[in-house]
Design a protein around this ligand. Sequence first.
Ligand code: SF4
Length: 372
Amino acid sequence: MKYLEEFSDPVLAGKLVEQIHATVTKPWAMMEVCGGQTHTIVRHGIDQLLPDGVEMIHGPGCPVCVTPLEVIDKALEIAAQPGVIFCSFGDMLRVPGSGRDLFRIKSEGGDVRVVYSPLDALRVAQQNPDKEVVFFGIGFETTAPPNAMTVYQAKKLGIPNFSLLVSHVRVPPAIEAIMQSPSCRVQGFLAAGHVCSVMGTSEYPELAERYGVPIVVTGFEPLDILAGILRTVSQLEKGEHVVENAYQRAVRDEGNPAAKAMLADVFETTDRAWRGIGMIPRSGWRLSERYREYDAEYRFQVRDIVAEESAVCRSGEVLQGLIKPHECSAFGTVCTPRNPLGATMVSSEGACAAYYLYRRLEAPAEAVTTGG
Ligand code: SF4
């Protein structure tokens, strides 16, 4: 399959691994921002092919994982109401809120539907004018444009019974928060290529300069990841810290102007809490004043719901790269994909799910003693 098999070529992968080994002279720690990249790394054992001392720290770029518990609880509260059709992508249905999930609401009679696009939810609203239809709009800069487009369409077509429960987050403020953490060990970033295909690269040079870290825009196939790592360690070895684009087949420096214009029209920047991490200033989007009537938080008056995280789950530390998933005592015992305690074990992009799926079941002995 073009663009998949050719970027998994084992011969070329071997050459890139050789180049990485030839380049590295000392230990380095770099973070892959996106959960999709984490899954490629763990699935193909890329981290195990790297020179001793070169560590991949798994970042917070999993949209399901960072959606705050309060927002999940708001979704549950809305979905349980009579007369509501609650639409979501399938991976949100098993994310635990405070004591239940959307599957439970559905099993108790709630009208919870899996859709494949926010526009599907808009169609449901058109077909059910006597119901309130809510779409759960979560994710990074990648999923925000279609959600913005759907609200724009709802307003343009005059569909009053549609609304969006919004919890969008942005990558650059998260990189800033990670670098400002006193326990930060990250020396370079593999930035998320799909995010940059929308937003471009203009937000990154200032971050690279301010924190002295190379930022390499990287794709998702094994060769993409290895090329991103090679460029990052090459910069680190030379003492450089600039932004490079190692995903040129998808990313232009200016990003996607049409998508950015839609985002600017429908959303406005806001402070946003990240699950397990906490509040990060100006790290999210919400519907702007012009589109406020389509905001489900206002329509259903669930803005005041607060929630308390599990004392057992350490997903916040996983998301900040402070521990590896198998260093959590619940990993693979009381917390499994079938019985998840935290979102990082549920999501197809979650680091805990990746470690479980690809059988990284035991923490190395030194990690047990330092992780905790
Ligand atoms: S293994 Fe489970 S309990 Fe531990 S951090 Fe991951 S999701 Fe949370």
